[in-house]
Design a protein around this ligand. Structure first.
Ligand SMILES: Cc1cc2nc3c(=O)[nH]c(=O)nc-3n(C[C@H](O)[C@H](O)[C@H](O)COP(=O)(O)O)c2cc1C
Length: 186
């Protein structure tokens, strides 16, 4: 079981901190999953413009491969202009619609204010539903007040919710394994 931890932004560090914390809690369950981190800031992104797949640069090709090879995902996104960053939407646009089918996904999101938590419901979930992902009912939204000045999570409730998200995600991987076996192209 290979889990991809996607930091879907090229700006800021709080999404990365939340992602790292989920990774810690998933490891703590003793599931033994192979875990890989995918930082968008390490990649040279190109706009999806309809060119043949082989004409994108190596970074874009590698990004697609990482998504294809994973069995499940934790996706971390900041809120930008009441939505997800363009770079994350662009990456989703690169993927074949079957790439994440029936694979478990948990979402963590960070915004500057608490008002924008519904971006997860209204923007992220419809995209992942289109991909037919197994989106866990748990997601965690954080904002400025949950961190100290060094971007360390200081809110105990956030820690508890991340721990619970990790537990549920691990359970969802069981269902994902069953469903991706003998998949029918329909
Ligand atoms: C271009 C841009 C737009 C943003 N728009 C919003 C927004 O609409 N709502 C919100 O809550 N935070 C917004 N923010 C704040 C980011 O969500 C926040 O910076 C991000 O979660 C990462 O935090 P960090 O930069 O301290 O790591 C915006 C930030 C940027 C750079």
């Amino acid at each position: 079981m290979k889990v991809l931890f996607v930091d879907g932004t090229i700006i800021g560090n709080k999404t990365g901190v939340v992602l790292e914390t989920v990774q810690h809690y998933i490891k703590e369950t003793g599931c033994g999953f192979e875990m890989e981190r995918l930082n968008f800031s390490d990649y040279d992104h190109q706009f999806v413009d309809g060119r043949p797949a082989e004409e994108y640069n190596e970074d874009m090709k590698q990004l697609i491969r990482k998504f294809e090879e994973a069995d499940g995902y934790i996706i971390a996104t900041p809120v930008f202009q009441a939505s997800i960053p363009g770079v994350l939407k662009n990456a989703f646009d690169m993927l074949h619609p079957r790439t994440m089918r029936y694979k478990p996904v948990s979402i963590v999101a960070n915004g500057g204010t608490h008002q924008h938590h519904l971006v997860v419901e209204n923007q992220m979930k419809p995209i992942l539903d289109y991909f037919r992902c197994l989106v866990t009912p748990n997601y965690v939204y954080t904002h400025r007040d949950h961190f100290d000045e060094n971007s360390k999570i200081i809110d105990e409730d956030v820690h508890d919710r991340l721990k619970e998200l990790a537990r549920v995600f691990v359970k969802y991987t069981e269902m994902g394994k069953e469903l991706t076996h003998g998949i029918i192209d329909a």
